[in-house]
Write a protein that binds this ligand. Structure first.
Ligand SMILES: [Fe+2]
Ligand SMILES: [Fe+2]
Length: 350
């Protein structure tokens, strides 16, 4: 074994002859460092990170027990096995030493073969312990990696499902990007935490996934819809809820709520359940506002964008009717951020 790879043993004793004896005994197989008192033992333990400490109990100032207690208190040194080397034979002392976290006792006068055997055994145990700890760290890292891979996959599938819905419609990818980013801003503004706001950002693009189930002649009809056709269009919210289904994932749970409730109106005149006020889930109320705002404030192949002033007037006009009035206020209060998103995901018109 190379010099560097030899285990390091710290021997602590206030009597020079005892130190010399142990150093002589161990230096054939180990790197041995020494300390003459508890204080310097703590320092060396911290800087050298020995694999094992042989610790005298009877020392002036800080005795072995106190030294051991302090070693076990610090995270950096608490895993280093401590063997007490003592002239005492009273069982109460041994109990105290083990209670402090020592792994073994060697009594003086020492027996060289016994010291060697104990040291070897405890070094092997320490090595096994370190290996297990290392493997645990690797395992935890693997689990973390797999979990984030799964989350990534889930997110990718959710996004693709959202894209599939857009393909059926005249809408571009920019609409869902803008409306879901607006939704995230509004979520934070009304007190949802960072994590929930990100969940909303990722769930909102599925709001119209149910349009997959609407027949082309109705979904893509350029002119005004008949009452019957409008009734069919309205079913996109229940179809969407059905597609997303009743899943355990928080992301899909939220996507379900949004798909199902984004056409409810604050005054109870929406669909499919004519829910009113706070009976409409908050994420549904947020999506309703940001979906409509984006629809009117951006250009579509069949219509021009409303000027910003007019779009904002509409929100205020519909505050307490279509939209949650608190959300309208928060939306206006956060207008600079909203406009940043609008600019960032601007449609490129050729
Ligand atoms: Fe919709
Ligand atoms: Fe939409």
């Amino acid at each position: 074994m190379s010099q560097e790879n030899r285990p390091v043993i710290l021997v602590v004793d206030d009597t020079k002859t005892n130190l010399d004896l142990l150093v002589h005994l161990l230096s054939d197989h180990y790197e041995v460092s020494v300390a003459l008192d508890g204080e310097s033992a703590l320092e060396i333990a911290l800087s050298d990170q020995p694999d094992l400490i042989l610790l005298d109990i009877m020392m002036p100032r800080m005795d072995g027990y106190e030294t051991c207690r302090r070693l076990k208190m610090r995270a950096e040194t608490s895993d280093i096995p401590v063997i007490f080397v003592t002239a005492r034979r009273e069982t109460t002392d041994e109990a105290q030493g083990f209670a402090l976290g020592a792994v073994d006792y060697i009594t003086k006068p020492i027996s060289p073969p016994l010291v060697k055997a104990r040291v070897k055994t405890h070094l092997q145990l320490k090595q096994a312990h370190d290996q297990a700890k290392f493997q645990n760290i690797i395992l935890e890292e693997k689990v973390r990696q797999r979990t984030s891979e799964l989350q990534e996959t889930q997110l990718a599938i959710v996004r693709k499902l959202g894209r599939a819905a857009e393909f059926r419609d005249n809408e571009t990818g920019m609409h869902v990007l803008r409306m879901s980013h607006y939704a995230q801003i509004l979520a934070l503004a009304c007190g949802m935490n960072e994590q929930e706001a990100v969940l909303l950002l990722n769930a909102a693009p599925l709001h119209d996934v149910g349009k997959i189930g609407i027949p082309d002649p109705i979904l893509l009809k350029p002119g005004k819809l008949t009452d019957e056709e409008f009734r069919v269009i309205q079913t996109h919210v229940t179809i969407g809820a059905e597609i997303i289904g009743n899943e355990q994932s928080p992301l899909l749970k939220m996507a379900f709520q949004i798909a199902y409730t984004h056409h409810e109106k604050w005054n109870g005149s929406g669909y499919p359940r004519a829910l009113r006020g706070n009976d409409i889930p908050l994420v549904g109320r947020i999506a309703a506002l940001t979906d409509v705002f984006d629809a009117i404030s951006s250009q579509r192949p069949y219509k021009k964008a409303w000027p910003l002033e007019q779009a904002l007037d509409w929100l205020q006009q519909e505050s307490g009717r279509h939209f949650d009035p608190d959300l309208v206020s928060l939306f206006l209060a956060n207008l600079p951020k909203i406009l940043q998103v609008k600019e960032r995901f601007r449609e490129i018109h050729t």
